[in-house]
Design a binder for this molecule. Structure first.
Ligand SMILES: [Zn+2]
Length: 414
């Protein structure tokens, strides 16, 4: 037992199961040095204990964006200056760590690779950031501001446009060069133009992206709406599927067999207000009927999550929050509550700890285990009795990179 270790005594959720009475030793180097069950064997050290406290692995949000914007508005996401987005994101980083998030995965923004570096170097406080940098999309694909001349849209976009397998390979090399630690690809459109989302990129193009990503040692994840796009990304060998709108039993079976993670991002659909008036800037495709957006979303957040659960998919927590008014960073744990209604509390907590760590490729986080990094959160109460205890107002301490955040005390003075 090294001197200077800090102990937690109380209820433990180790990422898989709950231990009613146990203890965790946290070394000065920011790793977990011991985990025990039953009576605490040591004395005379720095011990965190209290009535009805639970320690969990630090939470992971596997899909979010540091857009630094105020609205759910793709024009703003693209047009905001990198400087303003970065400054606002420093506050978002702080709010995330104070809410118990010790890892987040940004799937497309101009700021996240820089936030990741600044956090590792200690210049800012926040979670570990896994960043895709620019996302990859086809010309005229998702979030392309089509009312602008193409060169202007390309210059402003948080995506790199790539067409044809070699451009796709090259785009992966470019984002890796810029510091990406995951690749994000748009395999379909969204609802932006009010029309049915179309598949984007061919299987050949998607394969080129997946292969080059894997050759560079990073995971590749795909935004996919609709059956065709879902089948395409499975064929391409993708690691995880974002949103997965349009899931059917047959496709779920393919996803399960391939071992692909499924990230339904329910919260962004449930939180969003119908504030898409600004998107009328985007031309609609004439002659095609508009889809019933709310019907598709309603099926996704009810029936499709049941299909995913009943098919035994590896369902991972991701909010797709962008930091706007109705998807504020710091409120991300609401997705765990939403998942718990379908998966139960234990699986919902797995989805944001151990399973999320596996999905994003962290082999030393998401679990309370000897030798793992001491990314930990202590909450007041028992999240197995009341999943709301995972929300930020119940967070008491957060451990990350050898630092401990006394959230109660910080909130009192700020
Ligand atoms: Zn997203």
């Amino acid at each position: 037992m090294a001197s200077g270790e800090r102990y937690f005594k109380g209820r433990i959720f180790d990422g898989k199961r709950i231990i009613e009475e146990g203890w965790v030793a946290i070394g000065n180097d920011g790793t977990i040095t011991e985990v025990g069950e039953g009576k605490f064997p040591h004395s005379g050290h720095d011990i965190i204990e209290g009535k009805d406290l639970t320690i969990l692995p630090g939470l992971i949000d596997a899909h979010m964006h540091f857009f630094g914007c105020r609205y759910e508005d793709i024009a703003e996401w693209n047009l905001i200056s990198g400087e303003l987005a970065s400054v606002r994101s420093v506050t978002d980083m702080r709010n995330l760590i104070m809410a118990g998030f010790t890892t987040v995965r940004d799937l497309g923004s101009k700021t996240a690779v820089h936030l990741a570096q600044a956090e590792i170097e200690g210049d800012i406080k926040g979670p570990n950031v896994i960043a895709s940098g620019h996302s990859l999309a086809q010309t005229g694909g998702n979030d392309d501001l089509k009312f602008l001349p193409l060169d202007m849209a390309k210059a402003l976009s948080y995506s790199y446009y790539c067409d044809g397998p070699w451009e796709c390979t090259s785009a992966v090399r470019k984002v890796i060069r810029e510091g990406a630690t995951v690749i994000k690809v748009y395999a379909s459109g969204g609802f932006a133009a009010g029309n049915r989302p179309l598949p984007n990129l061919t299987v050949e193009e998607l394969k080129a992206i997946v292969e080059e990503g894997h050759r560079s040692g990073v995971k590749v994840t795909a935004h996919a709406y609709g059956e065709e796009a879902l089948n395409n990304v499975i064929d391409a060998g993708i690691d995880s599927i974002e949103h997965g709108i349009g899931l059917t039993e047959d496709i779920a079976e393919r996803i399960r067999k391939a071992g692909i993670y499924y990230i339904p991002t329910m919260s962004v659909y449930m939180a969003e207000k119908d504030n898409h008036g600004r998107l009328d800037l985007l031309p609609r495709i004439r002659g095609k009927s508009r889809v019933n957006r709310s019907e598709i979303i309603n099926r996704h957040v009810t029936k499709e999550i049941e299909i995913a659960r009943d098919s035994g998919l590896k369902i991972v927590m991701g909010t797709d929050f962008v930091g706007a008014e109705n998807s504020r960073h710091g409120d991300n744990a609401i997705e765990i509550e939403r998942l718990s209604k379908y998966l139960g509390q234990e699986k919902a907590l797995n989805s944001s700890t151990s399973l999320a760590a596996d999905c994003v490729g962290l082999d030393n986080a998401g679990r309370i285990k000897k030798g793992h990094s001491a990314d930990l959160v202590v909450v007041k109460g028992n999240p197995f009795k009341d999943i709301g205890k995972i929300r930020k107002n119940a967070v008491k301490y957060v451990f990350h990179r050898s630092a401990v955040f006394d959230v109660d005390a910080i909130n009192k003075v700020s």
